[in-house]
Ligand binder design. Structure first.
Ligand SMILES: [Zn+2]
Length: 427
């Protein structure tokens, strides 16, 4: 490490109070995703306003990127339908250092999951025993402050740097969306030579993630009086048969890809005990691997989960072969989401530089691997067609929890990683 790099890190360390203040400010502003399931709906707007003002104060040129109604259609993918985008703009801020050089994009999300049932006030960022408490502390407000701190430090050591740095704070990453905020920025032409997604927790660098398909399965019965009457068919009973078929599918799927889980998240039916229900609904997330997307691309030219969707549809269609009722009333499958996976080889000069900086500061080999959960980096990789790495500074096991906290040590360390990495990328 040369002297200018050592000086940069000294500045990052000096900015710790500022970093903590930013993290606190962000946690204190509620930015719950409106589709969190909480009874009182939230929105990202106040947080995005804070972010835009802060970036402006740091000398960035700031713009707002709205999410178009047909964002998923524009990208040719199946995304979560029916979401409202009013007052939900992404914030993109840009700094130019010197002249020429590459453009580096740091992407993070402003929205958080819901706060119902949290063990403490989710918007009161208390600091105790090296931890900061609050919703978003690990996912992903701590990461937003990591990006800002790295930028602030780089600005003080910009003399020898050439290139552009873009900070992006997006909406709707959480709560079963399909990355509409990041996707909107990609479609609006916000691009770079290399992207770092500041999301998730510390401990690994992520160069890929699984895809997710979400089917909504409708299982039909024949309604009637609970006291009987001959022709009723209980949709709940039929849905149990479907559930068993789904379990068989899940077992096979998991055997092929142990990282690709199948989660039945919704299983509902019925109105009253006095009525035989006529319909039951199941919704599940099926994670799928990069290999599955590759197979789909080879078959029909599109990088998505078509192969998995077909397999699932066939399984449910086959139920009619041994069951007269399913033959009469076939199970209906609708696809709510197909968020594609990504894989970045991480062997380009940008990725190697970032991985090298992290290893050097961590003083050990930090694993570079794919993430089982989906994250916005997939859009950065697939739409921008640029190398992407996920480097998070949250605390493992704390995201989305009723007791969400973040280790300050990890957040401070994250700012060092990102500052040094970007300094080297722009040097
Ligand atoms: Zn996140």
């Amino acid at each position: 490490m040369n002297q200018p790099e050592k000086d940069l890190l000294t500045t990052v360390d000096r900015l710790r109070d500022q970093q903590l203040a930013w993290t606190r400010d962000l946690i204190a502003i509620p930015t719950v995703n409106p589709y969190s399931g909480d009874a009182s709906a939230g929105i990202e707007a106040e947080g995005q306003k804070w972010y835009a003002q802060t970036c402006h104060g740091l000398g960035g040129s700031v713009r707002q990127i709205p999410v178009p109604e047909d964002v998923y259609l524009q990208a040719g993918m199946i995304g979560t339908a029916g979401r409202c985008w009013r007052d939900r703009e992404n914030v993109v801020a840009e700094w130019q250092f010197g002249s020429g050089g590459p453009t580096i994009l740091l992407n993070t999300h402003m929205d958080t999951v819901g706060v119902e049932g949290m063990a403490f006030d989710p918007f009161d960022p208390q600091v105790r025993d090296g931890l900061i408490y609050g919703r978003g502390s690990s996912d992903s407000k701590g990461n937003l402050a990591v990006g800002l701190t790295a930028l602030a430090a780089l600005k003080e050591h910009a003399g020898a740097l050439n290139g552009r740095l873009i900070l992006e704070s997006v909406v709707d990453e959480e709560c079963n969306g399909a990355g509409a905020g990041t996707l909107a920025c990609c479609l609006a032409g916000i691009t770079a030579d290399f992207c770092i997604c500041l999301d998730d927790c510390t401990g690994a660098i992520h160069n890929g993630c699984n895809g997710i398909v979400t089917p909504k399965v409708s299982v039909y019965g024949r309604a009637g009086h609970a006291a009987g009457g001959g022709t009723t068919v209980n949709a709940i009973d039929k849905a149990f048969q479907v559930k068993q078929a789904v379990d068989r599918f899940a077992a096979q799927h998991l055997k092929k890809n142990p990282d690709c889980r199948v989660n039945l998240g919704i299983f509902r039916s019925g109105t009253l005990p006095a009525i035989v229900p006529s319909v039951a609904e199941l919704q599940l997330n099926i994670a799928y691997a990069v290999e599955d997307a590759r197979a789909a691309e080879q078959t029909n030219g599109v990088w998505n989960g078509a192969v998995i969707r077909k397999r699932f549809e066939t399984l449910l269609a086959n139920l009619a072969e041994h069951d007269a009722w399913f033959k009469e009333k076939p199970v209906k499958v609708e696809w709510l989401k197909d968020a594609y996976p990504f894989y970045s080889a991480a062997d380009d000069k940008y990725s190697r530089t970032v991985i090298g900086a992290v290893h050097e500061l961590a003083q050990r080999e930090v694993p570079v691997r794919s993430m089982p959960a989906w994250f916005d980096a997939a859009h950065l990789s697939r739409i921008l067609k640029k190398p992407v790495l996920g480097v998070g500074s949250g605390t493992p096991g704390k995201a989305h929890g009723a007791d969400e906290t973040a280790q300050l040590e990890y957040l401070y360390r994250g700012a060092r990683y990102i500052a040094l990495a970007v300094h080297r990328l722009l040097a």
